[in-house]
Design a protein around this ligand. Structure first.
Ligand SMILES: *Cc1c(COP(=O)(O)O)cnc(C)c1O
Length: 296
């Protein structure tokens, strides 16, 4: 239909790396390693959303210039051969960010809207004529459908060894999916990358199958707020890479690994704990950093 579509990515079962630096009692679920550009957690959330498209051939969603969700949506729609439309925050730049260039490479159409319109998630006028013709996926892949996609991925993996599961929190969808998949002996803990966003607990809770399940999110590891970072965080990410061989991103996973490392050394985890760290990807976003900032 005139839309150039790359063949979509082939994404297999993610692997778990055991960390010798932590006596093999800590594993990293490598959702980052399933594809060079598509963030694992976004891919699995999208599988849940796209399963509900009920014959609709167009997908519309939202994001910024370095959005992991935008490029993952572009790739997931390319894999299915359906149209993807990205509503992008801000003016169209003279040169597209690498993320948006990748998204258009997967055939996504981009519409730029002002930051004010974006805040209200206003669709360009022509979209409102055919509201039933497309599947609207919330920013970041938030929602119960997204949580179902994460749950389906997690329940296929051998996770019973772990007593604790840690993940990053953006919208809370990944955390909700992991909570829905967790076994009775497992505690799931989210690390927020936003400053004092205490709406995340209720936003996560509404996605749970059992709303009595406690939602635990730590709010002390944001490094100044969403997408904020400093030299300490970058130095930690380089150090973590040297100790474990695991690369991380500065928005989500770097902060989560930092939190884990600190909690581990503070004795937060009882003796004999086994911890799974969910690496949700996001490495493509490191392209917004100056060259040489990272050792990987
Ligand atoms: C989007 C994203 C998250 C946040 O996931 P939620 O399900 O929205 O909480 C975490 N890590 C990475 C790398 C992401 O891109």
């Amino acid at each position: 239909m005139g839309v150039a579509i790359n063949s979509g990515p082939a994404i297999g079962t993610p692997r778990i790396d055991l960390l010798e630096a932590f006596h093999n009692r800590v594993g990293v679920l490598r959702l980052d390693a399933v594809h060079p550009v598509v963030s694992g957690n976004k891919w699995y959330k999208l599988q849940g959303h796209l399963a509900l498209r009920a014959g609709r051939e167009k997908v519309v969603t939202f994001g910024g210039a370095y959005s992991n969700h935008i490029v993952a949506t572009a790739a997931a729609c390319a894999a299915l051969g359906i149209r993807a439309i990205g509503i992008i925050r801000g003016e169209r730049p003279a040169q597209l960010s690498p993320t948006l260039a990748d998204a258009t490479g997967y055939g996504m159409e981009l519409h730029f809207i002002s930051r004010a319109d974006y805040r209200e998630k206003k669709l360009p006028p022509d979209f409102n004529h055919h509201p039933d013709g497309y599947l609207l996926i919330p920013e970041g892949g938030y929602g119960a459908a997204g949580a179902t996609g994460i749950e389906a991925m997690a329940t296929q993996l051998p996770l019973a060894y772990y007593t604790h599961i840690l993940c990053c929190v953006g919208t809370g969808t990944t955390l909700a999916g992991l909570l829905n998949a967790a076994l009775p002996h497992q505690r799931v803990l989210g690390i927020s990358s936003q400053k004092n966003n205490f709406q995340l607990e209720p936003a996560t809770r509404v996605l749970l199958q059992d709303r009595q399940t406690p939602v635990r999110i730590l709010h002390d590891y944001h490094f100044g707020g969403y997408a904020k970072y400093n030299e300490l965080l970058l130095a930690f990410m380089n150090d973590w890479y040297r100790r474990t061989g695991i690369p991380s991103d500065r928005v989500y996973t770097g902060k989560m690994f930092f939190a884990f490392d600190q909690l581990w050394h503070q004795g937060f985890f009882p003796p004999d704990s086994t911890v799974l760290l969910v690496h949700s990807g996001g490495l493509q976003g490191n392209r917004s950093l100056p060259a040489h900032a990272l050792a990987f």
